[in-house]
Design a binder for this molecule. Structure first.
Ligand code: WTA
Length: 654
């Protein structure tokens, strides 16, 4: 018998209990969606009220996707403070309610429950410390911390005083950190002594020390004690958070910000060049993060919501910190990894804290699925009501396991498609409104108008079923506003290939029911364990090594990671391939970018397939890495077609 979930016709309608509880059922979705696209002004006037405005907005939107004149503004004349929305406005009714549950890496270390009242004091203190260090409205602060509550305090403290934060994932190398500090000209870097993760410790402070050697001398460093481990100290530059916090004042006045003042910069990978600083602003972003958090996850008072992402990625920004806290929710922050001390850790945490909504990435699900269901079944998961996934397409096998083993067939799965650039969910089923299909991101969120374009002609395809590139017609409040310091790059990356639309970089299919399925990136961005990476970044790290003449990097299907990193490397004439050199290049890339960029495969390539004009034909390299030679296509335009035979003959095992 075939498993119904393996076929594309498998459909899982919401249960009567789910519908009864949901904020939005099918009829309400249809009516609200129609209203949201028919009259966006009226729709967002209403939903902009989720925010407590200091000065209410009178203008809802001012948007142009016209080439040469790209600008996006939402609620443009309103003023607010994001931290006050996430904390102060809840104090009266929820001061004693838990805002953040902190679950440390080590299961023997006690979890911490931080109430909204405590959160208020701690964020105020952090805000005052930053002010003491000279941080003012509009200044940039880089946050390079483990998954500890101080990361949330730091984000909210910046928001409180109007500083712009830029979080750098703690897995990034000193070089990557330095590039980001310099890229946004940060005044302060906030870090910790060490980051415990999976029983190991990353020396964050010494990484920061190494990075700061390549930054202006004026950059200061605020150091949070996490492990108490040894660190070196630079007098005058380094500041001790744990000491300063004892003296810091408990109150800091939230600064009045314009809706369009930047809230944060987050560097993300594109298909070319170095990572770009995605800029999100205050009012629209917060309203959108809050609304999607409440509706997609069907959050209700009393729930315990857990998103397993790291705050170093956009998912952590919108769905651990800003969305949940704006809604007065209880949000769980987990410092560890799913497989340490063993593969039951996620489920033990769910049991311990009675988690109701659980949101993770397909790569984690696949890794845990491989460990067998025993690790799940020994835990009591009866508190779970909804499951979510994000970051990459989920294969039907993993979806089915998630549904049956984790959700016990009882929990709707929301497969949320979105991006760093979009601020919040754009495509997702809503639990009480839509049936789900294994692997489909299903329906647009309110106000979102997805279109499928023919990749060649750029024409919109209206009929279904169809397949093409996924673009979005018109803006939504959570959309990124610009690339930090490079508005031209913003326009070129997202608005120039398909005029008049936001181009997502993803391909998609729309089935006969009109539901959306993401097929993956159509550009040179790869998705490795849910981490987004530009192949160009890995290439530029490789060619920076003295032994390497040329490198081309592509993704290939990887059972657990989704995609693995396959590198074709041409060595300098005087260098010979060896296992040692292979190891050296691997660790070189880890040092240049970070462990997440570690190559899975390095194939020595005496030559790369190039056109006569010298352009590397990546399509061919992708096919070889995928072990799919039948579909190499036309190789006659290559300057030297014999290169391909050599690459196939010496293809590395994947
Ligand atoms: C991919 C993460 C399929 C997609 C929030 C997108 C997905 C990229 C899904 C953005 C999903 C994200 N199904 N693919 N549900 N969610 N993606 O910026 O290729 O780290 O363009 O944002 O992840 O990655 P980013």
């Amino acid at each position: 018998m075939t498993n119904p979930a393996q076929s594309e016709t498998a459909v899982f309608p919401p249960s009567p209990e789910t519908i009864a509880r949901a904020h939005v059922d099918a009829a309400k979705y249809d009516a609200m969606y129609a209203a949201s696209v028919a009259d966006p002004e009226a729709f967002w006037t209403e939903h902009g009220k989720r925010i407590d405005w200091i000065k209410p907005f009178t203008k809802v939107r001012n948007v142009s996707f016209e080439p040469g004149n790209i600008h996006i503004e939402w609620f443009g004349d309103g003023t607010l403070n994001v931290a006050a929305n996430c904390i102060d406005r809840h104090l009266e009714t929820r001061g004693d309610q838990t805002a953040i549950i902190f679950e440390p890496d080590d299961p023997d270390e006690a979890a911490e429950h931080i109430t909204y009242a405590q959160l208020h004091r701690r964020v105020c203190r952090m805000a005052n410390i930053l002010e003491t260090m000279g941080v003012r409205k509009g200044d940039r602060v880089v946050i390079y911390l483990p998954m500890i509550p101080e990361a949330a305090y730091a984000m909210l403290a910046c928001a409180r005083i109007g500083a712009i934060h830029s979080i750098v994932f703690a897995g990034f190398s000193p070089d990557a950190l330095a590039a980001r500090v310099n890229g946004c000209d940060a005044k302060v870097v906030i870090t910790a002594d060490h980051a415990p993760r999976g029983g190991r410790k990353t020396p964050l402070k010494s990484n920061a020390d190494a990075a700061l050697l390549h930054c202006k001398d004026t950059v200061k460093c605020l150091v949070v004690k996490r492990t108490g481990g040894q660190t070196t100290w630079v007098e005058g530059r380094d500041h001790d958070y744990n000491e300063m916090v004892l003296e810091a004042n408990d109150y800091s006045r939230p600064v009045e910000m314009n809706a369009e003042d930047p809230l944060f910069i987050l560097y993300t990978s594109g298909s070319t060049g170095q990572p770009k600083g995605v800029v999100h602003t205050s009012g629209g972003y917060l309203a959108y993060a809050a609304m999607t958090h409440e509706i997609t996850f069907d959050y209700h008072d009393g729930d315990v919501y857990w998103c397993t992402a790291d705050v170093g990625w956009v998912t952590g920004h919108s769905y651990i910190v800003y969305g949940p806290l704006a809604n007065g929710a209880t949000t769980l922050m987990f410092e560890g990894v799913p497989t340490w001390p063993d593969a039951s850790r996620f489920w033990q945490v769910c049991e311990k804290h009675k988690v109701t909504q659980f949101y993770t990435a397909p790569t984690a699900i696949r890794a845990l699925m491989g460990q067998g269901k025993g690790f799940v079944e020994k835990c009591d998961l009866s508190s779970l009501r909804l499951l979510g996934t994000v970051g990459e397409p989920i294969n039907p096998e993993a979806w089915t396991w998630y549904n049956e083993v984790v959700g016990q067939g009882r929990c709707p799965i929301v497969d949320t498609w979105w991006q760093t650039e979009t601020g919040g969910h754009l495509l997702t089923p809503l639990p009480g409104a839509h049936a789900t299909k294994p692997g489909a991101a299903m329906k647009p969120f309110f106000g979102v108008q997805p279109v499928v374009l023919d990749p060649q002609s750029g024409e919109e395809i209206h009929e279904s079923p169809t397949e093409g590139v996924l673009c979005i017609k018109d803006s939504w409040p959570g959309q990124m506003r610009t690339v930090w310091g490079d508005h031209e790059r913003f326009e070129k990356t997202y608005f120039s290939d398909y005029k008049g639309y936001y181009f997502s970089g993803d391909g998609c299919r729309r089935d006969a029911d009109g539901d959306y399925w993401i097929t993956g990136r159509v550009d040179d961005v790869i998705n490795v364990s849910g981490h987004r990476m530009g192949t160009a970044e890995v290439e530029s790290a490789l060619v920076a090594h003295a032994a390497v003449a040329e490198a081309a990097v592509v993704g290939y299907p990887h059972e657990i990671k989704g995609q693995g990193i396959y590198c074709y490397v041409t060595l300098m004439n005087d260098r010979e391939p060896s296992e040692e050199l292979r190891k050296e290049l691997r660790s070189w890339v880890r040092t240049e970018i970070g462990p997440i960029a570690s190559p899975d495969v390095i194939q020595w390539a005496p030559g790369l397939p190039k056109t006569r004009s010298g352009k590397i034909m990546r399509r061919i390299l992708r096919k070889i890495a995928e072990n799919d030679y039948g579909a190499l296509g036309d190789t006659s335009t290559l300057a030297d077609p014999s290169v391909v035979d050599d690459l196939i003959a010496n293809r590395a095992a994947t």
